[in-house]
Ligand binder design. Structure first.
Ligand code: ADP
Length: 598
C-alpha cells in the first residue's frame, strides 16, 4: 500500500501537505482520537480522506448537510476514490446499490447524516462490515457554544460504544477552547490529539468602507474581477432582490438567493453559480453553508453582519483554494441599529452576548488597526507581523484626516465639558449641533463645544469617537458606556500626542488591481489567454459530467496549467491537482487545448 504521500499524489495530484494535515492523518493511522481545527480552506477533508485509502476497511464520515456530502462525493469520484453516501434524498434503488458496494467491500468512504447513522440497527450492520475510522465533519455542531448547534450531533456519542477501539476524528473550522472541550466531552473522545491551525488567511485582502452607495461600491469590486466568481451578501431579502436586479441591469451575470424563494428557485441559482453560468450570487446568509466552491475570488458584504464570527465565516468563503481573494465590507450606522433592534427582542441573556458581539463588529468596521491582526486576536491567536500588506489599513488606502489632533481635541474637550457623563452618540450630537430634546434639556447647546464639528455628519463624528476609544484616548465606562478621558486622552488634549483619525467617507479608493504590490504573484507567468481557454473547457466538461466546475480542476490547477503549458502526459502529471484518474479522464482534451493554443 502507498504511504500517505503516494496517495496524495496519485489520487489528488498534490505533492505537499498543508500545515497540520500530515499530523492529522498520522493520528488516524495510529488509531488515536483527534480534534482538528483548521480554517476554511485549510484542507480538513483530506485529513480523513487520505488515511481512509491507507487503512484496510471503511471510513465512516458524518456530515450535517446533504449538499455538502454531494459535493465531497463528486470531488472524490472525480479523483477516482471509491466513496458512497446514504441520505434521505436518495431513492431506495440508489441506496440498495450503496449497500451492494458496501457488502462487496468496494467502498473506502461512506458519508452519512447523523439521522441516518442513528437509525435502528444501522450501526450494527456497519460494524459487521469493518469500520476502521470515523470522521465527524463540522464537529462544532455538537456544542451549544458553537454557532450551529444541532441536537442530533449530541447523540453521536453512541459511536464510541458501538465501535470500540475505532479512532474518531472531529473536524471543524470554528472552535474556541470551550467548544473544543465540549466536542471532546460530548463525543467521549479518549485523550484526543488536538491540532489547531493558524487562523490567519493571508491570501484574503480585507477592506471596510462606509456605505455611500451600495450598488456603485459593489460594482467597483466586481469590475476588479471580471468573469470571476464572487458572493454579495445582503442583510435583508428585499436588498437581495433589489441589488441583484440593479447589477443585472448593469450587465453583470448574477443570480439571487434567499429563504423567501422556492426550493426550486434557490437550487437553480445555486447550480448556476456552481456551474459558473453566473459570476455573482447575491444572497442573504442563507447561502453558503455547504458550498465548497473553492474559486470564489471575492465576497462583498453590502451590509454589516452581526458578529465577527459571522463575518469570518462568510468572508472565509473567498479564496479556499489558497489563491488571492478580496473581502469587502460595506457598513453603516443603520446596519448597527437594525441588528440592535433584532437582538434586543431575544431573551435578556442572549441579547447581552449578542449586543457585545455586535458592538465589536461595528468597532472592527470603523477600526484603524490591521484587519488580519484584529480578526486573529478576536479568535484568540497572536499576529506577529507588523503589517499584513493585505488590508486597507496596512496598504495605506485609508488616509488619516490631516487635522486629526484638532478634531480629537474638540471631541475630548466636549467629553470633559459634558462632565464625562454621556455616551458616544450623545457626544456626537453635541458636536454636530443637534437640536435633540435631551441636548437642549441638558443645556448642552450652550457648551462652547456645541456645533464645533458641524461640518461633519453625526455618524462620521461617532466613528471618530470609536476610533479614539479604540486607540485608548477615551474609555467607555459602566452600563451606559459613558465616555471618560484616559491618561492618553489628557495628553492629546494638551497636544502632546496625535491620534489617527480616518477620513470618513474614505476618499482614496482602492487601486484598480485587487492585489497591489507583490501579493499578486499567483498570476506570475500565467498565460491568461490560455487560462481563459482552459476555463471554458472546464465549463464544458463540468456541464457534460453534471458536476461543479471546481470539482474538475481548481483555479490553482488551471493557472498552473496555463503557466507550465504541458504538452505530454508526463508533464501534465507534474501539475498540482492532476492525479491519475483526472489524467486519464481529461488528459487528452487538456493537452489538445494547450497544443491548439500554442
Ligand atoms: P476545508 O474543508 O478545510 O475548508 P477543503 O478540504 O475543502 O478545506 O480543501 C480546500 C481546497 O484545498 C480543496 O480544493 C482541496 O482540494 C485543496 N487542498 C487540500 N489539501 C491540499 C494540499 N495538500 N495541496 C493542495 N491543495 C490542497
Amino acid at each position: 500500500m502507498d504511504g500517505i504521500e503516494g496517495i496524495l499524489k496519485r489520487y489528488w495530484g498534490y505533492s505537499g501537505f498543508r500545515p497540520l494535515q500530515r499530523e492529522a492523518m498520522e493520528c488516524v493511522l495510529a488509531g488515536r482520537d483527534s480534534i482538528v481545527v483548521l480554517p476554511t480552506g485549510g484542507g480538513k477533508s483530506l485529513c480523513f480522506q487520505v488515511p481512509a485509502l491507507a487503512l484496510p476497511g471503511l471510513t465512516l464520515v458524518i456530515s450535517p448537510l446533504i449538499s455538502l456530502m454531494k459535493d465531497q462525493l463528486d470531488a472524490l469520484t472525480e479523483c477516482g476514490v471509491a466513496a458512497g453516501r446514504l441520505d434521505s434524498s436518495m431513492s431506495s434503488k440508489e441506496k440498495a446499490e450503496v449497500f451492494r458496494r458496501l457488502d462487496a467491500g468496494e467502498l473506502k468512504l461512506l458519508y452519512v447524516s447523523p439521522e441516518r447513522l442513528l437509525m435502528e440497527g444501522f450501526l450494527d450492520s456497519l460494524k459487521a462490515r469493518g469500520v476502521s475510522s470515523v470522521a465527524i465533519d463540522e464537529a462544532h455542531c455538537v456544542s451549544m457554544w458553537g454557532h450551529d448547534f444541532r441536537p442530533e450531533y449530541r447523540k453521536l456519542r453512541v459511536l464510541r460504544q458501538a465501535l470500540p477501539g475505532v479512532p474518531v476524528g472531529a473536524y471543524t473550522a470554528t472552535a474556541t477552547g470551550q467548544v473544543r472541550g465540549d466536542i471532546a466531552a460530548q463525543l467521549l473522545l479518549d485523550s484526543p490529539e488536538t491540532l489547531v491551525g493558524d487562523f490567519d488567511r493571508p491570501n484574503l485582502i480585507y477592506r471596510c468602507r462606509r456605505r455611500t452607495g451600495a450598488v456603485k461600491q459593489i460594482r467597483e469590486v466586481l469590475d476588479r474581477h471580471p468573469k470571476e466568481s464572487g458572493i454579495v451578501y445582503c442583510i435583508r431579502r428585499t436588498d437581495v432582490d433589489e441589488t441583484a436586479q440593479a447589477l443585472a441591469g448593469h450587465g453583470y451575470r448574477v443570480a439571487p438567493y434567499h429563504a423567501g424563494m422556492s426550493d426550486a428557485e434557490r437550487k437553480a441559482s445555486q447550480d448556476a453559480f456552481i456551474r459558473e453560468d453566473v459570476d455573482v450570487i447575491v444572497a442573504t446568509v442563507a447561502f453558503g453553508m455547504g458550498i465548497d466552491k473553492s474559486n470564489v475570488r471575492y465576497v462583498v458584504h453590502a451590509g454589516m453582519p452581526k458578529s465577527l464570527e459571522h463575518y469570518q465565516q462568510e468572508s472565509g468563503r473567498a479564496g479556499r483554494d489558497g489563491l488571492d481573494a478580496e473581502c469587502v465590507l460595506l457598513y453603516s450606522g443603520g446596519d448597527y441599529r437594525i441588528w440592535r433592534s433584532i437582538i434586543e427582542e431575544s431573551e435578556p441573556q442572549t441579547a447581552e452576548v449578542g449586543l457585545a458581539k455586535l458592538s465589536r463588529m461595528y468597532r472592527y468596521c470603523t477600526s484603524v488597526g490591521c484587519r488580519h491582526r484584529t480578526l486573529l486576536e478576536y479568535f484568540g491567536q497572536g499576529y506577529a507581523a507588523a503589517s499584513c500588506r493585505a488590508c486597507d489599513i496596512c496598504l495605506g488606502e485609508v488616509e488619516g484626516v490631516p487635522d486629526a489632533l484638532v478634531i480629537a481635541q474638540k471631541i475630548l474637550s466636549s467629553v470633559v465639558r459634558q462632565q464625562e457623563r454621556f455616551g458616544a452618540d450623545y457626544t456626537a450630537g453635541v458636536l454636530v449641533g443637534s437640536r435633540e430634546d435631551r441636548i437642549v434639556a441638558n443645556r448642552h447647546d450652550r457648551l462652547s463645544t456645541y456645533g464645533l464639528l458641524k461640518e461633519a455628519t453625526r455618524p462620521v463624528v461617532r466613528d471618530w469617537i470609536e476610533q479614539l476609544a479604540e486607540q485608548e484616548y477615551l474609555a467607555r465606562v459602566g452600563e451606559y458606556n459613558v465616555l471618560k478621558l484616559t491618561e492618553k486622552g489628557l495628553r492629546a488634549l494638551r497636544g502632546e500626542e496625535t491620534p489617527l483619525l480616518l477620513e470618513a467617507p474614505k476618499k482614496k479608493s482602492a487601486s484598480k488591481k485587487p492585489f497591489p504590490d507583490v501579493k499578486d504573484d499567483s498570476w506570475a507567468g500565467v498565460d491568461k489567454a490560455l487560462f481563459e481557454a482552459l476555463r471554458q473547457l472546464r465549463r464544458r466538461l463540468a456541464a457534460e459530467g453534471g458536476v461543479p466546475a471546481y470539482v474538475i480542476f481548481g483555479d490553482a490547477t488551471l493557472r498552473d496549467l496555463a503557466r507550465r503549458r504541458p504538452v505530454t502526459k508526463e508533464a501534465l502529471l507534474q501539475v498540482s491537482g492532476v492525479g491519475l484518474k483526472k489524467l486519464d479522464q481529461y488528459g487528452d482534451q487538456i493537452l489538445g487545448e494547450i497544443k491548439r493554443h500554442l
